[in-house]
Ligand binder design. Structure first.
Ligand SMILES: Cc1cc2nc3c(=O)[nH]c(=O)nc-3n(C[C@H](O)[C@H](O)[C@H](O)COP(=O)(O)OP(=O)(O)OC[C@H]3O[C@@H](n4cnc5c(N)ncnc54)[C@H](O)[C@@H]3O)c2cc1C
Length: 386
């Protein structure tokens, strides 16, 4: 068992960290205060070739694995960019996995290069107001009319839809079959705003990266924009779920580490009762615990990523990584806030921003409860509870 990174993996971490230095804490504080997509950050990442890190080399990507992509996303988040930075590029990194695996040669050629070059942004529309985590209950419909489909329905929480030119969307083309998720189809198509109203949701954190309600009214979608076979879309989405959980977990660890670093620095500087607060065990121990929890979660992230890259099953590990990393991140941000005392609540110390962002990996893309249900059923062999 080898726990060391390769020289290439170290180089990825160093190069991404160097690039991120150009976007300092003040930059992210302003993005968080004023909103507006961090276009210059997205462009810098694209220009340096990082958007294609896990995309096939024949279409302009680097053809590396999810391990390298996770390292990159963790580094972005850890730089202090947190989820404001990570979510700005997250969809480009692995969102189009269903196209890579199940798309035709013509579709890959048409869709992947502009995404890798950063010329196009995409959003991923699964969640619906009335279905929640029960994807089988999705109501957005796609009816076939000659050489195209017509989509109508609503989606909720769709991130980056304000700036996206493209839409990866799951819609029902046929009634549920033997499996309740049969009949769902996956499309990658233009987000044509003549037919889709995109309404931003005012939310708790990550103001720089929008999340939205989508009202889809008779959106025409060319049949050539259907990925793979009609009615098999859910199976294609499933294929990309594990890598997505691994990336989110890595991003959460990055944010937790950023919070921990600030807390440790503050604990060393802040003098109360004539001694640095970090000299008190009541301050030290929670920080030490956070370090251990983040390190342990990182091992699970790397185990899941390594299994995925070897083509082995990694569902339990990817879900466990997402769960553990999100909880460790949240605890680190909370501990950093408490370490800062009242100043933790002031925006200029950045911790309150991290604290608000720390809720994202707990809530999305799947809840902690559903991960526990999954582990109980699939790993422990207990009856399905949902
Ligand atoms: C910032 C942010 C960005 C997002 N971006 C996107 C995006 O880009 N694209 C997209 O499609 N979605 C996105 N989402 C949506 C996200 O994936 C969903 O919010 C998440 O999957 C949970 O679904 P829900 O909100 O409908 O919760 P619900 O399904 O309504 O669940 C509510 C609560 O009930 C619990 N619950 C439900 N059933 C059970 C059960 N049987 N047992 C135990 N507990 C249960 C859940 O765990 C949860 O705690 C985003 C969400 C957020 C907050």
């Amino acid at each position: 068992m080898d726990f060391s990174f390769t020289p290439e993996q170290f180089a990825i971490r160093d190069s991404v960290a160097k690039l991120c230095e150009r976007f300092d804490a003040t930059y992210w504080l302003e993005r968080d205060r004023d909103g507006g997509f961090p276009d210059d950050f997205h462009r810098a990442i694209a220009d340096a070739g990082w958007l294609g890190i896990a995309m096939p080399a024949e279409h302009g990507g680097a053809g590396l694995g999810i391990t390298e992509a996770a390292l990159m996303m963790q580094t972005i988040s850890e730089s202090g960019a947190g989820f404001s930075g990570a979510s700005a590029v997250h969809m480009n990194i692995f969102g189009l996995n269903p196209v890579v695996v199940f798309g035709s040669a013509e579709q890959k050629k048409r869709w992947l290069p502009p995404l890798i070059r950063g010329e196009q942004k995409a959003c991923f529309a699964v969640t619906e107001p009335d279905a929640g985590l029960n994807t089988a209950k999705l109501k957005t419909s796609a009816r076939r009319e000659g050489d195209h489909y017509v989509l109508r329905g609503q989606k909720i929480w769709i991130s980056t839809a304000q700036v996206a030119a493209k839409l990866l969307i799951l819609a029902r083309t046929a009634p549920a079959g033997a499996k309740p998720t049969d009949g769902l189809s996956l499309f990658y198509t233009d987000l044509d705003r003549r037919y889709v109203e995109v309404r931003e949701i005012e939310k708790m954190g990550r103001k720089a990266v929008d999340s939205n309600l989508l009202f889809i009214e008779e959106l025409p979608v060319p049949a050539v924009d259907l990925i793979g076979a009609d009615s098999k879309g859910f199976d294609y989405i499933l294929h990309g779920l594990n890598p997505e959980r691994i990336l989110i977990a890595a991003e959460a660890i990055g944010l937790g580490r950023a919070a921990l670093a600030r807390a440790v620095a503050y604990a060393g500087e802040r003098v109360v009762f004539d001694r640095p607060i970090g000299q008190n065990q009541a301050i030290q121990h929670p920080l030490a615990r956070c370090w251990m929890e983040l390190e342990a979660a990182q091992l699970m992230v790397l185990k899941a990523a390594s299994l995925y890259d070897k083509g082995q099953p990694c569902g339990a590990e990817a879900n466990a990584a997402k769960f553990l990393a999100a909880e460790a991140c949240f605890r680190a941000c909370e501990t950093a806030m408490l370490t800062h005392g009242g100043m933790g609540y002031a925006k200029e110390y950045h911790i309150e921003r991290y604290f608000r962002e720390a809720m994202i990996p707990r809530l999305a893309p799947v809840s902690p409860q559903l991960i526990l249900c999954f582990i109980a059923e699939k790993v422990l062999g207990l009856p399905k509870s949902y």
